[in-house]
Design a binder for this molecule. Structure first.
Ligand code: UTP
Length: 300
């Protein structure tokens, strides 16, 4: 079985839900506590043993490439000032030379198209795909557990979580067949079904391990929902030929592409940080207790 060595991060979306900030800052560079959203996702990939990072970027996303490069002047200044802790933090996050690649999606034609843009950099091997606006909080990273399942089953793996059964129309939903190892076999996939037509309430939550045959399918994939080339449409075709398995992630997921999810992520990750958690907790409590009367009344 081929090892999962490479991870694709599609970061070419327009991020319209975060305008006006995303006029000038990619949403993946918005900070959760003190590091950009994309750093959390890269950390998760590294924890899973990923060796090579592939970013599919777009216009206005150059700052992502800069972020993963060494800032020589900054390093020199920190060295002169004896800032050892800061230097070692930067060093620990720095991808080694030649282990990060960037390609451009020239127009935001959809997630399926963004993934297809990575085909030459991935080559003919199975790969991880992580949607960078979904960040996950768990002792064991979601992708690490998916790689473990992949080593048991082969095929294609999707992370899934359970949604409110009345809200299946917001997600890509999978059908759950028998349990296999630490996961289950997927026997159907439907994009945004009505509650009555949904095969389950397990939704695809932004992490994938895919076989390279997906690229041939995406090459000729026509536009689907939202007039975009949809990854789910491509996966449906692949599922007719190859096995798909679900890994049920039970940690917390934050959709940092939405304002509520992004703010929640900031609070949740701040409360996970030993250096600031107590102060943040006290400040939040004080804030909530003294919030405008109508919210305070509702909270009682
Ligand atoms: P979203 O559906 O969140 O779209 O994309 P978006 O454009 O980023 O954000 P909104 O909805 O306008 O606020 C899901 C993921 O797919 C990537 C995005 O960067 C995001 O990580 N994507 C989407 C691309 O890379 N290219 C595309 O053409 C579309």
């Amino acid at each position: 079985m081929r090892k999962i060595r490479k991870a694709v991060f599609p970061v070419a979306g327009l991020g319209t839900r975060f305008l006006p900030a995303t006029k000038a800052i990619p949403k993946e560079m918005l900070t959760v506590v003190d590091r950009p959203v994309i750093q959390y996702v890269v950390d998760e990939a590294r924890q899973a043993g990923i060796e090579h990072l592939i970013f599919v970027t777009g216009r206005n996303k150059g700052v992502i490439e800069d972020y993963f490069d060494i800032q020589v002047e900054l390093v020199n200044t920190l060295t002169e000032r004896g800032k050892e802790a800061e230097l070692s933090l930067l060093d620990s996050l720095q991808p080694k030379p030649g282990t990060a690649s960037f390609t451009r999606q020239q127009a935001p034609l959809g997630l399926g198209h963004a993934v297809w843009c990575a085909r030459d950099l991935v080559g003919g091997e199975p790969f991880a795909l992580l949607l960078p606006d979904m960040i996950m909080q768990a002792e064991q990273g979601c992708m690490k557990k998916m790689v473990e399942l992949y080593e048991e089953t082969g095929g294609n793996i999707l992370s899934v979580e359970q949604c409110d059964p009345a809200e299946t129309h917001k997600y890509g939903i999978v059908g759950r067949a028998e349990d296999v190892g630490t996961g289950f076999r997927i026997d159907g996939m439907v994009e945004k079904p009505k509650a009555a037509e949904a095969p389950s309430n397990f939704f695809i939550s932004g992490r994938y391990i895919l076989q390279p045959e997906i690229f041939d399918i995406l090459e000729t994939q026509e536009k689907g929902a939202g007039n975009e080339i949809q990854l789910t449409d491509g996966m449906l075709k692949l599922a007719a030929r190859q096995d798909f398995y679900g890994y049920h992630f039970t940690g917390r997921t934050f959709d940092c592409g939405s304002k509520e999810g992004f703010i929640e992520a900031n609070v949740a990750f701040a409360l996970w940080r030993p250096d600031i958690r107590e102060k943040v907790y006290d400040n939040l409590q004080e804030l909530i207790e003294n919030v405008e009367p109508k919210f305070a009344a509702a909270a009682e």
